[in-house]
Design a protein around this ligand. Structure first.
Ligand code: LMR
Ligand code: SF4
Length: 510
C-alpha cells in the first residue's frame, strides 16, 4: 500500500480542480437550453470559463472545497486504520498546497484547525466487499448548497403546492418544493439527491449516496425512473435559473433512492448540490494502492468557452466603477446593470459581520465609499510572506441579513458583493444609505481570483483564512446589480414568480 497516500492526494486534487465528465455534459446541455442573451446565459458563460480555468491552473473550481467525504469499498482483511491515517495526511497535504481551503472550524470556539482535520472532518465511510480491489469515491460538497438541503416529514402542507401525503405524489411535491426553496442560494442550477424513507439520519445518508450516481443513469425502479424524469422536466419550468437570475434551467440532475421506514415516520430528504458538483472515484490495487482506473472521467467534448452573449444584449448596461464609490454613482445603478469594478475591495463574511456589529469594534481600514465582498478565499503565502489568491468566488449573502443594513450604515459602505441575494432589511438599508447589492457568479472562484491584482494586506487573521478581512486590489471584477438603491430586488421578483409557477403543479400527477 506504499502508493495509497499518493493516490488519495491525486484523487483530492483532481476532485477539487477537474469537474467530472457527466457534470460537464450537464453544464453544456444547460448552456444550449438556456435562452440566449438572458442573465442566466451570461452566468453560464462565466461558469464554463471557470471550469476550464480550474483544470488548466489545477486550482479549486470553487473556493469552498466543502466537507471531504470518502466512500470506500475494501476487500476483507484490508487495513482500514492505515488507510484512514493516510487519507488524513493527504487531506492536510492538499490543504497546504492550496487545493483545499482550510474548512474545519471548531463549532464552539470558531477556531479554524488550518489543515482540514478535526473532530468529524473529513468524513470517511468504509464498507467491505467481495472484490479484491479497493474503490474510493470522494465528494467535496460545499457549505452553501449544504445549507439548502431540506428534509420533509409527510404528511405536510407545502407553500404553493398544498397537502403532500404519504405517497408518490406527496414525494413529488416535496422534491419540487426543494428546488424552489433553494432558489439561487446553492449556486443553481443544481443537482439533487433524494432519499425516501429511513430515519432522519439514514434518510439524509441515502440522499447523499444518490449524488454518487451518474447524471445520465436510469433508475432501476420504474416508479422512481418516472419520477426522476418528471422532476427534471417540471423543475425546469420553475424559472429559478442559474444563480436565481431567472431562466429556463434550474436543475441539472435528480436521483432518487428509497428505503424502508418506521410506521410513524415518512421522511423525504433532499441533498442539494451546486453546479460545482465535485465528485470522482478511483479503483486501486489493494497490494500497492496504485490507481488502476478513474471513475466519472470519460472522454467528452471540451467545454466550449465561447461567450454566447455579448455585452449589451437584452438591454444590459455595463458601468465601470472605481472604488471608493460615490452615492451619486450608486443611485444611478438599476437592477440588471453589469458593474465592472476596479480598485480596492475587502472580504467580510460571517465572523466579520458578527464582530463588527458590536459598537466597540471598528474596521482597521476606512470603509467609506467602500466595497465589502462576501468571500472566504483560498490563500497561499510565498517564501517572502506575500499572500496570493488561489480561489475567490462569493459566498451566500443571506447569512449576513441580520447585520448587513447596520454594517452599511456604520461604515458608509456603497457596495456589497455576494451571491444569492439578501432580504427586505438589507433592501431597505440600501435605499436609506445609498448602497447597492452586486451578485457575483457563485462557484466561479478562478474567474474572480484572476481579477485580483494584488493582496494589499489582511486583518482579523484570528478568524482563520476564510473569515479574515482580506484587502484586495481588483481589476475588471464583473457582477450584476440584483438589488438597487431604489427598492428593487431581482431575487424577490424571481422568488415570487417561481412560487406562482410552483402552484401550477399542485394537481395530482402520480
Ligand atoms: O464558504 C464559501 O465560500 C461558500 C459557500 O459554499 C456558499 O455557497 O455560501
Ligand atoms: S459557493 Fe456555490 S459553487 Fe461553491 S460550494 Fe458554495 S454552493 Fe457550491
Amino acid at each position: 500500500m506504499q502508493q495509497f497516500k499518493e493516490s488519495m492526494l491525486k484523487l483530492i486534487i483532481e476532485t477539487s480542480t477537474n469537474l467530472p465528465s457527466d457534470v460537464r455534459v450537464a453544464v453544456t446541455k444547460a448552456r444550449l437550453a438556456e435562452e440566449l442573451g438572458n442573465r442566466s446565459s451570461l452566468a453560464l458563460d462565466t461558469i464554463a470559463e471557470n471550469i476550464v480555468m480550474a483544470q488548466e491552473e489545477e486550482s479549486p473550481i470553487c473556493q469552498d472545497t466543502g466537507m471531504p467525504t470518502f466512500h470506500i469499498h475494501v476487500p476483507v482483511g484490508a487495513n482500514q486504520i492505515v488507510m484512514k491515517k493516510q487519507i488524513l495526511e493527504a487531506i492536510a497535504e492538499a490543504t497546504k498546497l492550496g487545493k483545499l481551503r482550510s474548512n474545519s472550524v471548531d463549532s464552539l470556539t470558531g477556531e479554524n484547525s488550518g489543515n482540514n482535520l478535526g473532530p468529524g472532518t473529513p468524513v470517511v465511510h468504509f464498507e467491505q466487499w467481495e472484490r479484491d480491489d479497493i474503490e474510493v469515491k470522494l465528494i467535496l460538497k460545499g457549505g452553501g448548497c449544504e445549507n439548502k438541503n431540506i428534509q420533509y416529514a409527510l404528511p405536510t402542507e407545502l407553500e404553493g403546492l398544498g397537502k403532500a401525503g404519504r405517497d408518490l405524489d406527496g414525494i413529488r411535491k416535496c422534491i419540487l418544493h426543494a428546488v424552489y426553496q433553494a432558489q439561487g442560494q446553492g449556486c443553481s442550477a443544481g443537482f439533487i439527491g433524494v432519499g425516501i424513507g429511513g430515519d432522519r439520519t439514514s434518510g439524509y445518508t441515502l440522499a447523499k449516496e444518490q449524488l454518487f450516481r451518474r447524471v445520465d443513469d436510469v433508475n432501476p425502479i420504474a416508479d422512481l425512473a418516472k419520477l426522476e424524469e418528471y422532476i427534471m422536466e417540471t423543475a425546469n419550468h420553475l424559472g429559478v435559473g442559474t444563480m436565481g437570475f431567472g431562466g429556463k434551467v434550474s436543475l441539472l440532475g435528480c436521483k432518487i433512492g428509497v428505503m424502508n421506514r418506521l410506521p410513524a415516520s415518512f421522511y423525504v430528504s433532499v441533498a442539494y448540490n451546486c453546479w460545482a458538483y465535485r465528485r470522482l472515484g478511483v479503483v486501486l490495487d489493494a497490494q500497492t494502492g496504485a490507481i488502476n482506473e478513474w471513475q466519472y472521467k470519460e472522454e467528452v467534448d471540451a467545454i466550449d468557452t465561447t461567450k454566447r452573449q455579448v455585452e449589451g444584449d437584452a438591454g444590459t448596461r455595463t458601468v465601470v466603477l472605481q472604488a471608493p464609490i460615490t452615492e451619486e454613482q450608486i443611485r444611478d445603478l438599476k437592477v440588471g446593470d453589469v458593474v465592472i469594478l476596479n480598485g480596492e475591495m475587502h472580504t467580510g463574511r460571517d465572523a466579520f459581520h458578527k464582530y463588527m456589529i458590536e459598537p466597540e469594534h471598528t474596521t482597521p481600514v476606512d470603509l467609506n465609499g467602500g466595497v465589502i465582498y462576501h468571500c472566504g478565499p483560498v490563500m497561499l503565502q510565498d517564501e517572502t510572506g506575500e499572500w496570493h489568491v488561489k480561489a475567490a468566488g462569493p459566498t451566500t449573502s443571506s447569512r449576513e441579513e441580520p447585520y448587513q443594513a447596520d454594517i452599511i450604515k456604520k461604515f458608509g459602505l456603497r457596495a456589497i458583493i455576494g451571491k444569492g441575494g439578501m432580504g427586505p432589511k438589507t433592501l431597505k438599508g440600501l435605499q436609506e444609505h445609498g448602497a447597492v447589492y452586486l451578485n457575483a457568479i457563485g462557484g466561479a472562484a478562478q474567474y474572480y481570483a484572476r481579477c485580483v491584482k494584488k493582496v494589499k494586506g489582511v486583518d482579523l487573521m484570528e478568524f482563520g483564512v476564510p473569515e479574515a478581512m482580506w484587502h484586495l486590489e481588483v481589476e475588471g471584477f464583473a457582477a450584476i446589480v440584483t438589488m438597487d438603491s431604489h427598492g428593487n430586488s431581482l431575487h424577490a421578483e424571481v422568488e415570487q414568480e417561481s412560487l406562482n409557477k410552483l402552484s401550477d403543479f399542485a394537481a395530482k400527477v402520480f
